[in-house]
Design a protein around this ligand. Structure first.
Ligand SMILES: [Cu+2]
Length: 270
């Protein structure tokens, strides 16, 4: 047997991708593209973490496609740490239990659900790769994934059908009108305030926002600072609160968050 024949034989006898590997490639591709899309829409530097998540998922897909035996071990460690961080290291889950109407609710539930399914799939693939039968899918796998998918679908349906809960603007002790900053929304989205009073922006989602004057137009910011508007040049906030004002001149003021497309606030000063 010459060298060429050996190569051909090796290539054709490479085992076909298992069902679990195909599922992992599919989920990894969806997560990589989703994170990439998020990274692009947020831009630099805010999107750098999402870009890294996208790259890690793409790398895992390549390892699965190359049928690297330890790929599911690496993948389950990365996914497990990621899930732990999302659950305990970020405000997302706690925030979402009380803010189902946020536009980011469904994408985040979907992302967590896909990560959980990927985690279960990777454990199955580890069992398969290091078990006695390297082609058979573990018996528990179908039940676990069906249950996880059902929970995720239910969560998304609840979130999508939840009515937007617009709060009536509350007033702080100094007379400032309180505006809450959610994951990607102002709440309320429009307020009317008396001339000479302030706004009190409260970031209770602990998500970074960057505020300035203008509106969102087809995914692009249109910045415009009205005359006599209190200074707000790209004010960054990621936790706590800050006051803006007083607004001395009656008129309409548009404020947007440059990080989150569509995140706008209309202030009418009377
Ligand atoms: Cu924002």
């Amino acid at each position: 047997m010459n060298a060429t024949t050996t190569t051909t034989t090796t290539a054709t006898t490479r085992p076909p991708l298992t069902l679990l590997a195909k599922i992992l490639c599919g989920i990894g591709t969806v997560l990589a593209l989703g994170a990439l899309f998020g990274a692009i829409s947020i831009g630099f530097p805010g999107g750098i973490a999402l870009a890294a998540i996208s790259a890690v998922n793409a790398l895992l897909v390549v390892l699965f496609l190359l049928r690297v035996r330890w790929a599911p071990i690496l993948g389950s460690v990365i996914t497990g740490v990621g899930l732990l961080y999302q659950t305990f290291g970020t405000p997302y889950p706690a925030y979402h239990l009380t803010h189902l109407q946020d536009p980011l609710f469904a994408p985040i539930v979907l992302e967590v659900a896909l990560s959980l399914i990927a985690f279960a799939t990777m454990l199955g693939a580890v069992a398969q790769n290091y078990g006695q039968n390297r082609t058979q899918t573990p018996r528990w796998y179908g039940y676990v994934v069906t249950a996880l998918a059902g929970i995720a679908l239910g969560g998304i349906l609840i979130g999508v059908s939840a009515k937007p809960a617009e709060v009536t603007a509350a007033t702080a002790s100094d007379g400032a009108t309180i505006i809450h900053l959610g994951l990607s929304t102002f709440n309320p989205t429009a307020v009317t305030i008396p001339a000479g009073t302030k706004l009190d922006f409260v970031d209770d989602s602990n998500i970074p926002h960057q505020l300035t004057y203008g509106t969102w137009n087809d995914g692009h910011t249109q910045l415009a600072t009205p005359p006599n508007a209190p200074a707000l040049d790209n004010r960054a906030i990621s936790t706590g609160s800050f006051e803006l004002g007083p607004f001395t001149t009656p008129g309409t003021y548009h404020i947007l968050c440059v990080i989150h497309p569509g995140m706008e606030l209309t202030v009418t000063v009377q």
